[in-house]
Write a protein that binds this ligand. Structure first.
Ligand SMILES: Nc1ncnc2c1ncn2[C@@H]1O[C@H](COP(=O)(O)OP(=O)(O)OP(=O)(O)O)[C@@H](O)[C@H]1O
Length: 274
């Protein structure tokens, strides 16, 4: 019963996961570009003249206090929320503000929400197989013959996420951390150019956090990765460049050492323990 409900819900999610269509042009600039973006909810400015640039292949960490606008920023990038003003470009060719959620996903922007939502009754392998589902429905995808190319991609992804030995196991038996990796793997099946990852290590053990750090740092370069995270130990372990959001704008940006010694960042977010 639960499984069928999951399928139905998931099918809606997979509507947003169709393969990349037109190439993203990063020859002359960043992969993601937000300029002067603002959005208000009932008169409250959740995002306020936000400027943000992500380079191709970059791993960027976004930190900031509760309510700083991190989730809203991701909602704007993925087309879930429309800003009141500003520009949002994916490479130099794609104006994301003129596109809807499925089209933005099809360009190669994958989003990992905080909670894992894998199909517990299906095996790890089948979950990945399903994730190649494009705009087709789920059941035919499972019963279709698999091409060598898809099999190769699944093998590649299984290695990346470290679940090769568990590929025949139902996803329901995986630990919380393994489910998170599987879900990242499901996004990787679509070969995204940009991955947005929301609080990936919440609820993970130390060991799982270390493995997640390896996974995310290993993905950067192949694709751009934007990680929103509150766990400062984890951010420190993966961070190259860190952006601190506060009241819907960038408060500080730089290396972890730079931002964590910035008095403004200490005041609004890190407190005296930084
Ligand atoms: N749909 C909405 N309607 C009204 N207010 C909203 C809506 N979405 C976000 N907000 C408000 O906008 C502000 C920014 O919220 P957002 O969730 O983006 O912050 P955040 O940085 O992700 O916080 P957290 O770290 O707690 O997840 C908050 O004050 C929130 O209450």
């Amino acid at each position: 019963m639960n499984f069928f409900k999951q399928l139905v819900d998931r099918e809606r999610v997979f509507d947003f996961m169709v393969p990349q269509q037109s190439p993203v042009d990063v020859r002359h600039g960043p992969i993601l570009y937000l300029e002067d973006v603002s959005v208000s909810f009932d008169g409250f400015r959740a995002i306020n003249k936000l400027n943000l640039t992500i380079d191709d292949g970059e791993l960027r960490c976004i930190i900031g206090p509760n309510g700083a606008g991190k989730t809203t920023m991701m909602d704007i990038i993925t087309g879930k929320t429309r800003p009141d003003e500003g520009s949002v470009w994916f490479g130099s060719r794609h104006n994301l503000l003129q596109m809807n959620e499925p089209d933005i996903a099809s360009l190669g922007i994958g989003r990992k929400f905080q909670k894992p939502t894998v199909f517990e009754a299906l095996t790890v392998f089948q979950n990945l197989e399903l994730a190649r589902a494009t705009n087709k429905s789920i059941l035919p995808t499972l019963t279709e013959r698999m091409t060598g190319e898809i099999q190769d991609r699944i093998d590649e992804v299984l290695l990346l996420i470290g679940l090769k030995n568990l590929h025949r196991q139902p996803a329901g038996i995986l630990s919380h951390g393994q489910k998170q990796w599987l879900e990242i793997g499901m996004l990787l099946m679509q070969k995204p150019r940009l991955l947005l990852v929301d609080e990936p290590v919440a609820g993970m053990t130390e060991q799982e956090m270390e493995r997640t750090a390896e996974l995310l740092t290993g993905l950067a370069g192949q694709q751009s990765v934007v990680v929103v995270e509150h766990d400062m130990g984890f951010v420190r372990s993966i961070a190259r460049k860190v952006t601190v959001l506060h009241q819907g704008s960038v408060l500080a940006e730089g290396s972890m050492d730079q931002v964590s010694s910035d008095p403004r960042v200490i005041e609004v977010y890190l407190g005296e323990e930084a």
